[in-house]
Design a protein around this ligand. Structure first.
Ligand SMILES: [Zn+2]
Length: 353
């Protein structure tokens, strides 16, 4: 069988930005890259998008607080951990507020004093330095006011919605991973995640029940920059009509290799309706080899960017790049032997990932 070389990895976040250096990509890279120690960055991201939607060009910290708090409270209500460590003063105050022990004004005050202390300075930081595109600025003289930049305000309404959903999906996965850690679930037993129509679900092992973790499309769309995996056509990822969840290897192959679960993240991509099932669409054929290389690079990226699904990807497909490539090649060979039809793919736009 022809194995070929293991495809070169994509080169992390700098490559991620270089491939499509627009405002939305910079915003995504801030949300997707770098480790998180608490969910403040997600809440700030959501608050900024809310303000952009209202067309605000500046905001004082006391004005920002309720926007920020709104999103944190929704997640605290869900009972999942919001930090890698035990709750600090601000998160404790949020829980006290939910229990009716602290009023909203006091919580807003504590937000400005405690929650904003670091996140406002750290929001734009990427693994190797500060993002060159910024979504707000703060002058030395007026520390209590954020000026929202054109880069934030010119995000389109669709981009705002897509980014908000992507933040939410990432947030849901990260808080789940933190909760597992707090509960003492060992790292050797990663989250086992599959999909169930439109949701990513935690699969039962141990005595855990099957439960929904987050919506599937926004969890996958960050890397694809809301474009089709095969043709790079921009999609509205907030709608199931324009954006299909596609099994790279058709699920029908799964009946023949029962030890491989094709419903897992490693095999799922987002595709436009015409690539997925149009007249010359993929249907249940096997995509050409360069698409397989693209899938391998996507999975490597998710692992390297410390995605919350990193461990589940490694568990399903192998711990080294070579192992993961061979895993894909073997399924390709099997699929081609048993189904034989190759899909040549669509006319592709310029690559954005
Ligand atoms: Zn397409």
């Amino acid at each position: 069988m022809y194995v070929g070389n293991v495809p070169e990895p994509t080169g992390g976040y700098s490559e991620f930005i270089r491939a499509a250096p627009d405002d939305a990509t910079y915003f995504r890279s801030i949300i997707l890259f770098g480790p998180n120690t608490a969910s403040y960055k997600f809440a700030l991201g959501r608050a900024l998008l809310d303000l952009a939607q209202l067309g605000r060009s500046s905001v004082t910290l006391p004005e920002l607080a309720p926007f920020f708090v709104h999103h944190i409270l929704l997640h605290l209500k869900g009972g999942q951990a919001q930090s890698t460590m035990t709750n600090g003063l601000f998160l404790k105050a949020g829980i006290a507020h939910l229990n009716g022990q602290l009023d909203a004004d006091l919580l807003d005050d504590l937000t400005v004093k405690h929650a904003f202390r670091y996140v406002l300075d750290l929001f734009h930081w990427l693994p190797k330095g500060e993002s060159s595109v910024k979504f707000y600025s703060r002058s030395k003289q007026k520390r209590r006011t954020l000026t929202l930049t054109d880069e934030l305000l010119r995000l389109t309404e669709l981009e705002q919605r897509q980014l908000a959903e992507e933040i939410e999906a990432r947030w849901n996965l990260v808080e789940h991973a933190w909760t597992q850690k707090h509960l003492g679930v060992p790292a050797s037993r990663p989250i086992v995640v599959g999909h169930d129509s439109q949701d990513l679900v935690l699969l039962p092992w141990h005595n855990q029940s099957r439960k929904s973790l987050t919506h599937l499309r926004p969890a996958l769309s960050g890397y694809q920059k809301s474009c089709c995996f095969y043709c790079f056509q921009p999609m509205d990822t907030t709608s199931g009509q324009n954006c299909h969840v596609d099994h790279f290897f058709p699920w029908i192959v799964g009946f023949q290799i029962p030890q491989v679960d094709l419903n897992r993240v490693w095999n799922l991509v987002l595709a436009c309706p015409s690539c997925n099932g149009g007249e010359s669409g993929k249907w249940d054929a096997v995509p050409l080899r360069h698409f397989l290389e693209r899938l391998h690079r996507r999975n490597t990226y998710l692992i390297d960017s410390h995605h919350p699904l990193r461990d589940t990807l490694i568990q399903d497909t192998g711990s080294t790049e070579a192992q993961r490539w061979h895993f894909l090649i073997e399924i390709e060979l099997y699929a081609l032997t048993h189904r034989s039809r190759r899909w040549l793919g669509p006319l592709e736009l310029e690559a954005v990932f």
